[in-house]
Ligand binder design. Structure first.
Ligand code: AMP
Length: 486
């Protein structure tokens, strides 16, 4: 299938051709015709699937009837609103809007917090059809009456699950109240919690459900590995790993902003080009750091979950969890930065005894027993292998004793570093509580139309019965399999 088969107009096809993309990704194949038809969409897709072009291209086509070269601001009211949870994601979406709209006279802008409002006000005053925004700053403009939303006919809510995690849902509801009731709405989320379904009920009318990867499924092209290591030796182990793979670029995740900066400094002191990206950094600094990483000047980018959300970095070979995330779903989000578009990726986690319960949660979620490999000289705490899978209280700040002499080299305990499906689980039923059959995770099926209400009732009924329900038709669960590099 080609982009031309999707019914896009010549100006958009030309812009797509300029990017070099020849084959639409699964989400693009499914979403573009549906959005072009004017229907609401509830899209289940993670970053890395090509969902941005999946909604941007048909949005531009639907707005193209308003395209105008007039200089009068009155001829350019806000027609489409795209909401994203973070500045980085908003900027990326805006880049896509600019890329695909270059042959269409539609104006667009990006508004986010942490920067001066004045230039944004000026752009809004000049007239702009497409606004990509973070919710807080958008509401600031609403309050100052520097934006008018009464002519919005398309709304996109990107990464709704992350909006929820970041506490933006009340802001979203406030924004929904300001929009005309007659509009087309698209909601994208990697996961569908009850809260997201409630929001979808409020926001969407008879949506078409489009899903390209089952929630919480991880890409098949990622190899997972755990290094058991004591908390105090993590920094040295990280430096050791990076020194042994001098050509590798890695995104390293930490739990706190403080650790973020400290770890980047530690790596710099060990001659590893690293920098940190977290919420306290100014926008200009964050953009500069990201650019340095993308261009390869930096080998390592140390990030917190919030700062890393939506980062779109091509061909990232590894993600390293310096600390495991507190929710297993964040593991899926984190490692979604590697193994994109069918490429090989690596997810490495440094795990101390007190994080074992988090590891157990992750393995349960992704239905995978991750191979463990102790590195000589970087032993875990003596109780690592006895540590239970339950919480062990607060974690101590890792890395404190990182400059201490290493412990004597132990023997390596390892399991094969390959994708290692839990065979104990295989012996039992492979049907999950929501009907998903793990023995056939990539079986293509046809897309299904569903309202969020019907989704809700399917799952709760299954849960109530406590028995594996019948498997429902599922759309293709592949992430860009077989696509080439950009
Ligand atoms: P997204 O999921 O929208 O963040 O996109 C993930 C990456 O895939 C981005 O780098 C896009 O530029 C890229 N991409 C989008 N559409 C295609 C396509 N049809 N073929 C190859 N790469 C694509």
């Amino acid at each position: 299938m080609s982009f031309a088969d999707l019914g896009l107009n010549p100006e958009l096809l030309r812009a797509v051709a300029d990017t070099g993309y020849t084959t639409p990704t699964p989400i693009q194949q499914q979403a573009i015709p549906v959005v072009l038809s004017g229907r609401d969409v509830m899209g289940g897709a993670q970053t890395g699937t090509g969902k941005t072009a999946g909604f941007t291209l048909p949005l531009l086509q639907r707005l193209s009837r308003h395209a105008s070269t007039s200089t009068s601001p009155a001829r350019h009211p806000v027609r489409a609103l795209i909401l994203a949870p973070t500045r980085e994601l908003a900027m990326q979406v805006f880049e896509s809007v600019k890329t695909y709209s270059k042959y269409v006279p539609l104006r667009s802008t990006c508004i986010y917090g942490g920067v001066d409002m004045k230039p944004q006000i000026q752009e809004l005053r000049n007239g702009v059809e497409i606004v990509v925004a973070t919710p807080g700053r958008l509401l600031d403009h609403v309050q100052q009456r520097t934006i008018v939303l009464n002519q919005v006919e398309m709304l996109v809510l990107d990464e709704a699950d992350r909006m929820l995690d970041m506490g933006f849902i009340p802001d979203i509801r406030r924004i929904l109240d300001l929009l005309p009731a007659s509009r087309q709405s698209l909601l994208f989320s990697a996961t569908f919690s009850d809260e997201i379904k409630k929001l979808a009920d409020q926001m969407l009318k008879e949506p078409q459900l489009i899903e390209v990867a089952r929630r919480n499924m991880v890409s098949e092209t990622i190899t997972h590995r755990v290094h058991p290591v004591s908390a105090g030796l993590k920094r040295n182990l990280l430096a050791h790993i990076l020194r042994h793979e001098p050509d590798t670029q890695a995104l390293v995740f930490v739990a706190t902003k403080i650790e973020c900066g400290r770890l980047a400094h530690f790596l710099e002191r060990h001659d590893i080009a690293a920098d940190a990206i977290h919420g306290d950094k100014g926008q200009a600094q964050r953009t500069e750091t990201l650019e340095a990483f993308k261009s390869g000047k930096l080998r390592v980018l140390v990030a917190t979950d919030v700062a890393a959300r939506g980062l779109d970095i091509d061909d990232l070979p590894s993600v390293i969890n310096f600390e495991l995330p507190h929710t297993a779903e964040d593991y899926v989000h984190r490692i979604g930065r590697t193994g994109r578009a069918g490429r090989q990726g690596r997810a490495v986690s440094l795990v101390s005894a007190e994080e074992k319960h988090l590891l157990a949660e992750i393995e349960k979620l992704i239905k995978l027993q991750i191979p463990q490999e102790a590195v000589p000289g970087f032993d875990p705490e003596p109780d690592f292998h006895d540590a239970g899978t339950r919480g062990r209280g607060r974690r101590s700040p890792s890395g404190k004793t990182s400059d201490a002499p290493r412990e004597p080299a132990p023997s390596v305990r390892s399991t094969p570093p390959s994708r290692n499906v839990d065979t104990r689980r295989r012996g039992k039923s492979m049907i999950a509580a929501d009907g998903f059959d793990f023995s056939k995770p990539y079986e293509p099926t046809t897309p299904v139309a569903a309202t969020s209400a019907s989704l809700q009732s399917t799952e709760t009924a299954a849960e109530k019965r406590g028995a594996p329900p019948r498997r429902h038709a599922r759309p293709i669960a592949v992430l860009l399999g077989g696509l080439g590099r950009k």
